[in-house]
Ligand binder design. Sequence first.
Ligand code: NAG
Ligand code: NAG
Ligand code: NAG
Ligand code: NAG
Ligand code: NAG
Ligand code: NAG
Length: 188
Amino acid sequence: MGTTSRPVLIPSILVCLILCCSAQNCSNHTFLTNREYSFCSDLPFLQAHLHWNYIPSTKTVQIEYRAAQNSTGWIAWAINPTGTGMIGSQALVAFLHSNGSMVAYPTPIASYIPSMKPGTLSYPVSNISAEYSNNEMAIFAIIGPLSNGTTVNHVWQAGNSVSNDIPHAHPLTGPNLQSMGTLDFLAG
Ligand SMILES: *[C@@H]1O[C@H](CO)[C@@H](O)[C@H](O)[C@H]1NC(C)=O
Ligand SMILES: *[C@@H]1O[C@H](CO)[C@@H](O)[C@H](O)[C@H]1NC(C)=O
Ligand SMILES: *[C@@H]1O[C@H](CO)[C@@H](O)[C@H](O)[C@H]1NC(C)=O
Ligand SMILES: *[C@@H]1O[C@H](CO)[C@@H](O)[C@H](O)[C@H]1NC(C)=O
Ligand SMILES: *[C@@H]1O[C@H](CO)[C@@H](O)[C@H](O)[C@H]1NC(C)=O
Ligand SMILES: *[C@@H]1O[C@H](CO)[C@@H](O)[C@H](O)[C@H]1NC(C)=O
């Protein structure tokens, strides 16, 4: 019964996924899995969005950071506990590993030429993972306890290439130099 409709149905689902869902913002984003977040912020640069839940009893935050990206690029999101911008930021980075899996890990950014290798952040990170779908990469993690309150400086970034499974430098122009702000995990 389904043999004639299938070839029509599958391409139209694909077209719909590519056209509709790659540009979803906070108010119309639908999650593929049954994740739910109380808060969301459409970030003003790099087609990026941050979804989160704040758990007051443990001072932890469940986050999903997602942003437009190619399969060959990388994305990162960070809290900077000691300043604004890149230096000092405590980052989570994700990219498609050469073995075919999405990988995500913490990496502290101490200089303008960071190693971008896995490292330890100034705040605890657990349950970190990443996904790639519909031309978007997403990082999932639980961060905290946050010892310095719920208002943080955050920074987000994207780069076009990864080699030997290490993210390369991001562009040094336009939105890549503007992608920072402050965020209150309690107030949204
Ligand atoms: C979601 O909103 C964005 C921005 O307004 C729009 O471009 C996109 O088409 C919308 N997607 C869906 C599935 O409604
Ligand atoms: C998000 O998408 C919805 C639906 O398309 C739209 O009404 C709303 O203005 C968009 N918001 C932003 C911040 O782009
Ligand atoms: C994807 O790759 C193309 C070609 O390299 C580039 O122009 C585009 O900006 C990339 N998209 C993102 C989101 O980085
Ligand atoms: C790919 O490499 C990452 C990082 O070393 C590892 O965590 C993951 O399990 C690997 N995946 C496969 C399919 O080998
Ligand atoms: C809290 O702030 C201090 C001083 O700015 C900083 O050194 C420390 O790393 C911060 N703690 C966390 C968990 O980020
Ligand atoms: C975090 O990971 C642990 C160990 O895999 C799991 O037991 C726990 O349910 C996860 N927590 C959340 C909130 O997903």
